[in-house]
Design a protein. Structure first.
Length: 208
């Protein structure tokens, strides 16, 4: 990646941001093969779990523009970090959820808010850490991380449910969030040269 780097360690930066993109996309696919098991564990129906999955996507989509605005006010790096903290709390809440309302609070609400802060920030952080000629490739790598999450999510969910518990998936997300926060020190603050609309549009494109 020497031709795309703007400073030493850009590969680690992209790994950090790609891990964030991976987590945001993972939740939409990881539990699709484990819905019945999750429903039985928290004392609800399959419809209840499907509602939680749908609400996660809706909360994230509705708050994406406000999340981008928060990033422009406090800085994209701080918004990314704040989003990771909220998302991690949501994952921990979900992992420990005894019933559907707590599951929805952690999975749909807290993780949705965290994702709405993280995704717009990723776009600006890539721009602030990669030279212009290397950004298309960098954005491609970020989008690839999301595509990998879609592909391996059902596999991860199936293995966890079969041999362990679906709760370990969300506990694992907490560990990944902690690793991202530690690596975030290597990520430079981006210049304020990107509007919220552009950041949100590119974040949505990265998800798709």
């Amino acid at each position: 990646m020497a031709d795309t780097d703007s400073r030493p360690g850009t590969g680690i930066v992209l790994l950090t941001l790609g891990a964030g993109q991976f987590l945001m996309t993972l939740d939409g696919s990881v539990m699709n093969v484990s819905i019945a098991s999750v429903a039985a564990d928290v004392g609800t129906t399959v419809t209840g779990i499907q509602t939680a999955i749908t609400l996660y996507t809706l909360v994230m989509a509705m708050l994406m523009i406000p999340g981008g605005k928060v990033g422009s006010l406090i800085g994209r790096k701080r918004a990314f970090a704040l989003g990771c903290v909220i998302y991690g709390l949501g994952s921990l809440t979900t992992a420990l959820a005894p019933n559907l309302p707590v599951l929805i609070l952690g999975w749909s609400v807290l993780e949705g808010i965290g994702a709405a802060l993280i995704l717009p920030a990723i776009v600006a952080l890539v721009a602030g850490n990669v030279r212009p000629d290397g950004r298309p490739r960098a954005y491609g790598l970020i989008m690839a991380a999301g595509a990998v999450a879609v592909a391996v999510g059902p596999l991860i969910g199936g293995i966890a449910t079969t041999y362990f518990s679906w709760r370990w998936v969300f506990a694992g997300e907490v560990v990944v969030v902690l690793a991202i926060l530690l690596l975030l020190e290597l990520v430079a603050r981006p210049p304020k040269d990107q509007g919220d609309g552009e950041a949100v549009a590119e974040a949505m494109a990265a998800r798709g």
